[in-house]
Ligand binder design. Structure first.
Ligand code: SF4
Length: 683
């Protein structure tokens, strides 16, 4: 029997048809992909074997019973809370979790433990977009839909190698351009990526030059008289200050003729979509970059209408679902605000919560620093591998080892993070578990099981709920199944809607178990009264108290000077995902790029004495990696690129995030994963 489910990799959220022992195929009826899959999605069937799986709870290297393991988690967390207070414990969770898992984890930490020390690897992915959205719109709202890319006359891709990182969306864009050759694509990226190859215009901008470029655009919009005064008067505050800040041009590393070409294309095209991704978000000024982009769309009213708007492309399969349940340390639930007393009170009442968190918790970088500083006494890592993926990864691994009690729930036994933890809990994985995910266009899709549960593995939501019951909150965590969790989440969204929030799926709160199981891909909002706009903000209706959006005065940063060092840009390759714990199992995916590498400009390679295919030692104060040399003018001189996927305990295994400095955007707390200084020498 064929099962309709959803790909567990990127934020495109493609529908997949799957059955045991058979290659998967794309779901022709899923609105994200209409049957297409990329190489990673196509290889899913080759990644579900049981080799290396964690099949029973394991403590100190020995299998133990679930009863013992769960009792130990409850006991250790309760003891830490009793002796050191609720902020002495922390959860570090993941955009790989399903919404139901995320909801239960967030409820336990924020409503019952009484701390907001739950953060997620989504902090590394799109926290700057969340911050930018909230500053501009008053809510974390993605206004548009994927079909806007196909309907636009100009698509601007900023800091996004869409062709490799969101391949199916890029195929849709290519198909639209083939059907309408007058459609234009601009790629703004320091690297000449696979995406840039298909562009009508590639702007090899200086890293972090984006805010300066979009300020130039805002000034040009004004100079040409293209401000949509009617829209701004009715729906936007802050135009004057934003224009004043944009009035002083700052360098962005591009020649004037290229800037002029871009400004002309943007200004002369009504239907513009500006997509932005990690090149914007993963920066010490990521939130400002996001708001510089949003300013241009707000000033022209090009938002929320077919074929136009800003679009944050999310990295992970359920980063959006995590945002919806409030899984970031500075969010509450259902897009309610942790720092709003009315919102906290509404959630407290709904949950009948004994101890609500009343201030933001530790964001990812600070959370692991608190571990290193001895402030965290019990840590639970769920479905992610921070000992590889966090900035300063070697120090993070050491910080995890420092915590007196550490538990991890994962599908695999031997990840780098698991090796640092005391107790391992076996979780069910893709193909085995059931729940929902939300993709980048706000579409909620079901992940459905088609494989038997291996060993003693359990769904994450069930593991967390059982710990909640054992900690003394039996009624609040008495969920019979994932459908019941979803119904509670949907009902809470109705409370949020009454508080004036955008996220409303209360129309799904009464789904029966079988309706939930059969739920077709559904774009939110789904309010109980059935009125469901597909896009947001064409007619205003922003979520600040006065209903208006905010344009921000953005001062672009001074572009960094790395001296004789190189600036290290990190990112993904086409056929691998995160720390390769799954894609590394499919041999065909290793054929694309088989080993960790350093892409370096010919001038720098010659200066340093590096030869093509030789080995480079890449070093800074935080760590070291040995990488294969790829000499290429696709990167700018003075910069280099290395993929972040490879893992292992030694530098020769290419642990690139060991080299990334834990500098963060002060607004979003998102690390600057693309801006570290490194020294490079031949090895
Ligand atoms: Fe999966 Fe993303 Fe590829 Fe679609 S584009 S198949 S969601 S990895």
């Amino acid at each position: 029997m064929t099962t309709c489910t959803t790909c567990p990799y990127c934020g495109v959220g493609c529908g997949v048809l799957a059955q045991p022992d058979t290659p998967v195929s794309g779901d022709p009826n899923h609105p994200a992909n209409f049957g297409r899959l990329c190489s990673k999605g196509t290889a899913l069937g080759d990644t579900v074997g049981l080799e290396g799986r964690l099949l029973a709870p394991r403590l100190g290297g020995k299998d133990v019973s679930w009863d013992h393991a769960l009792g130990l988690v409850a006991e250790k967390f309760l003891a830490a809370i009793r002796n050191h207070g609720p902020d002495s414990v922390a959860f570090y969770v993941s955009g790989q979790l399903l919404t139901e898992d995320y909801y239960v984890a967030n409820k336990l930490m924020k409503g019952f433990i009484g701390s907001a020390n739950i953060d997620t690897n989504s902090r590394l992915c799109m926290a700057s977009s969340v911050a930018g959205h909230k500053r501009a719109f008053g809510s974390d709202t993605v206004p548009g839909q994927y079909e806007d890319f196909e309907q636009a006359d100009l698509v601007v891709l900023v800091g996004s190698n869409t062709a490799w990182c969101h391949p199916v969306l890029f195929r849709r864009l290519e198909a639209a351009k083939a059907a309408r050759p007058n459609m234009k694509i601009v790629v703004i990226d320091p690297r000449r990526t696979a995406t840039a190859k298909s562009a009508d215009l590639h702007l090899a901008i200086a890293p972090d030059g984006d805010a300066a470029l979009f300020n130039r655009l805002l000034a040009e919009i004004s100079r040409r008289g293209l401000i949509n005064q009617e829209y701004v008067d009715a729906h936007v505050e802050g135009l004057g200050a934003a224009l004043e800040a944009a009035g002083t041009p700052h360098p962005c590393g591009l020649p004037e003729d290229e800037i002029a070409q871009f400004l002309d294309m943007w200004c002369s095209t009504e239907k513009v979509v500006t997509l932005y991704s990690q090149g914007v978000n993963q920066s010490y000024c990521g939130s400002d970059k996001v708001n510089a982009i949003l300013n241009c769309h707000l000033a022209t009213g090009r938002i929320g209408r077919p074929g136009m708007g800003p679009f944050s492309m999310t990295g992970q399969p359920n980063a959006m679902g995590g945002r919806e349940v409030g899984g970031l340390a500075n969010m509450l639930a259902c897009h309610l605000d942790l720092e709003n007393a009315g919102h906290r009170s509404a959630v407290r009442e709904f949950w009948a919560a004994p101890r609500m968190a009343d201030k933001p918790g530790l964001k990812a970088v600070d959370l692991f620093q608190a571990c290193a500083d001895g402030k965290i006494k019990a840590l639970w890592v769920m479905s992610t591998n921070p000992a590889v993926s966090m900035p300063e990864a070697d120090q993070v691994a050491e910080a995890i080892r420092t915590v007196p009690f550490t538990v991890v729930s994962d599908i695999l036994a031997g990840t780098d993070t698991n090796k640092c933890c005391d107790l391992l809990l076996p979780a069910t994985g893709w193909g085995e578990k059931s729940g929902t995910v939300t993709n980048s266009e706000r579409c909620i899709s079901r992940q459905r099981p088609f494989l038997p549960t291996p060993g003693e593995a359990r769904p994450d939501w069930a593991i967390i709920a059982e710990v909640g019951r054992r900690m003394g909150w039996a009624e609040a965590f008495d969920f019979a199944n994932e459908a019941e969790v979803f119904r509670e989440h949907a009902a809470l969204s109705g409370v949020a809607a009454h508080q004036g929030r955008d996220f409303d799926i209360s129309g799904l709160a009464d789904l029966s178990d079988s309706d939930y199981d059969a739920l077709a891909p559904t774009v939110w909002p789904v309010p109980a009264d059935g009125v469901s706009p597909k896009r947001f903000f064409a007619g205003g209706g922003f979520y600040h108290a006065d209903g208006k959006a905010r344009m921000l005065a953005i001062t672009p940063p001074v572009l960094a000077d790395h001296g004789t060092a190189l600036r290290l840009n990190t990112g993904r390759v086409r056929d691998q995902w995160h720390t390769m714990t799954r894609t590394g199992r499919a041999p065909q995916l290793g054929a694309h790029l088989a080993e960790p590498y350093l892409e370096i400009h010919p001038e720098d390679a010659a200066r340093i004495g590096l030869e093509e295919a030789g080995l480079a030692e890449v070093k800074n104060n935080h760590g070291r990696a040995l990488l294969r040399v790829l000499v290429s003018d696709k990167v700018r001189a003075g910069e280099c690129f290395a993929p972040m996927h490879w893992t292992g305990e030694t530098a020769s295994q290419g642990r690139v995030n060991a080299l990334v400095t834990g500098v963060v955007d002060p607004v979003s707390g998102q690390p600057a994963l693309k801006g570290s200084s490194v020294g490079v020498t031949p090895y």
